[in-house]
Design a protein. Structure first.
Length: 429
């Protein structure tokens, strides 16, 4: 077999392969044996006809097609292995010359896993952000805790800021009810800024049982295209008003909130939790920045097929997330002002998919450079961790027995270890 490799791009090659008579003879034997199984001849059961006898009854055209198929399949696999090329798809084959029994010449074009050239990954510039927890941060958490222990009582007076109200409302634009503008028995704390500007302020001063119209305008940058800057009317019914009385932060309340003897202990715990949370966020931000910089200093060609696969995954995940919000992708695309689904994919999704593919390729190369591996013990520990998370889901637990699921977990583990190594190399004092 003679093979020549032509690099069409950093991610695509064309192999020209030539097979001689000896190699075609081997392919002919394989093809004849395979086709003989379906030949029925007098005196023999189907599939039991001797190859030599069956060969005389095989259609010559069918035989030559099978010979080419076998020869090409075997030759392509061997050629890619010999040249250390990893095909990312089924090669596109074009036969250039075929003389039965003498010569077969063809080309095989396909995208391949590209060669990644790592930059200096030990001298990246990202640094972990300094974590600071302010009194305001602590007060916000304490405020939420106090709200959880707040006393609420019905009042027979006009609503004021801070009250918890129950309302019905119907929103109309040009006298037509619009999607998402209707609610029934909706609990709304005045001053929480859950609604567009003017809505909650418009309830203040009204009493239980009042029915009134709120003439408002949506913000010019509202996320729904049809409602950007639109003038609307909300017909609102105020059904209940509750006064919310927040308790004092004292030792007694601290004991209710958790295993604390004093209010000071509660505040200390809140600060500790906030500090840990901000440190985690800073750590994740550092990791993202280091990977981004690693891609920037490296040569990372991007195969289109990997980008397309990643884009499909992003599209599916995005659709699922929108579904939980009661929105379809088509609605999202329209609200964001994209011309079409293709426009959205090309403008928004492809860029994200490309970055993910680059990150994956460069980290895979880094794991090889640093000889990082995911051991069986580490993998088993990760699988056990996932099993504990899904302990009450029998269907999910079955998935962890499947080889492909374990491979996916192993790949994630390897990525995590590689990123951790990247951080270690760039944060040494």
């Amino acid at each position: 077999m003679k093979t020549s490799v032509k690099n069409i791009s950093d991610t695509k090659v064309e192999l020209t392969i030539t097979l001689d008579a000896e190699e075609l003879a081997i392919a002919s034997q394989v093809a004849t044996t395979k086709l003989a199984r379906d030949i029925k001849t007098p005196g023999f059961r189907k599939g039991k006809t001797p190859v030599a006898v069956a060969a005389k009854n095989i259609d010559p055209g069918v035989l030559q097609e099978q010979i080419m198929e076998n020869a090409i399949s075997k030759a392509v696999a061997e050629a890619f292995t010999e040249n250390k090329l990893q095909a990312l798809d089924r090669p596109e084959v074009a036969v250039k010359k075929f003389v039965p029994g003498q010569i077969l010449e063809f080309t095989a074009e396909v995208e391949i896993l590209p060669t990644i050239k790592l930059g200096d990954y030990k001298k990246l510039k990202a640094k972990v952000e300094k974590v600071e927890v302010t009194d305001k941060d602590i007060d916000e958490v304490i405020g939420r805790i106090l709200k959880g222990f707040a006393e609420k009582k019905d009042v027979n007076r006009a609503a004021k800021d801070g009250d918890e109200t129950v309302i019905d409302f119907v929103g109309k634009k040009d006298d037509v009810v619009f999607d998402g503008g209707t609610g029934s028995d909706y609990t709304l704390v005045l001053g929480s800024n859950q609604f567009i500007p003017g809505f909650e302020e418009g309830i203040i001063g009204h009493k239980t049982g009042d029915v009134f119209d709120l003439e408002l305008s949506f913000p010019a940058d509202y996320h729904v295209a049809d409602l950007k800057g639109a003038k609307v009317v909300f017909t609102t019914t105020l059904k209940a008003i509750k006064e919310v009385a927040l308790p004092e932060l004292d030792d007694k309340l601290a004991a209710k909130a958790g295993p604390f003897k004093t209010a000071a202990e509660l505040k200390t715990d809140v600060k500790r939790e906030l500090t840990a949370q901000k440190e985690r966020e800073a750590g994740e931000k550092l990791k993202d920045e280091l990977v981004k910089q690693l891609v920037a200093v490296s040569k990372v060609p991007v195969p289109e097929i990997l980008v397309a696969d990643q884009a499909k995954s992003i599209e599916q995940d995005f659709a699922n997330n929108l579904m939980y919000q009661g929105i379809t992708i088509d609605q999202y695309i329209e609200n964001k002002g994209f011309k079409s689904r293709e426009d959205w994919l090309e403008t928004e999704v492809k860029a994200v998919a490309t970055k993910r593919v680059q990150a994956g390729l460069v980290l895979a190369e880094l794991s090889k450079a640093e000889k990082i591996e995911a051991t069986t013990i580490e993998l088993d520990a990760h699988v056990d961790m996932y099993r504990q998370q899904y302990a009450n889901n029998a269907e999910a637990l079955k998935q962890f027995e499947q080889p492909e699921v374990r491979r996916d977990i192993a790949n994630r583990l390897l990525t995590e270890k590689t990123v951790d190594r990247l951080v270690e190399l760039n944060t040494k004092k």
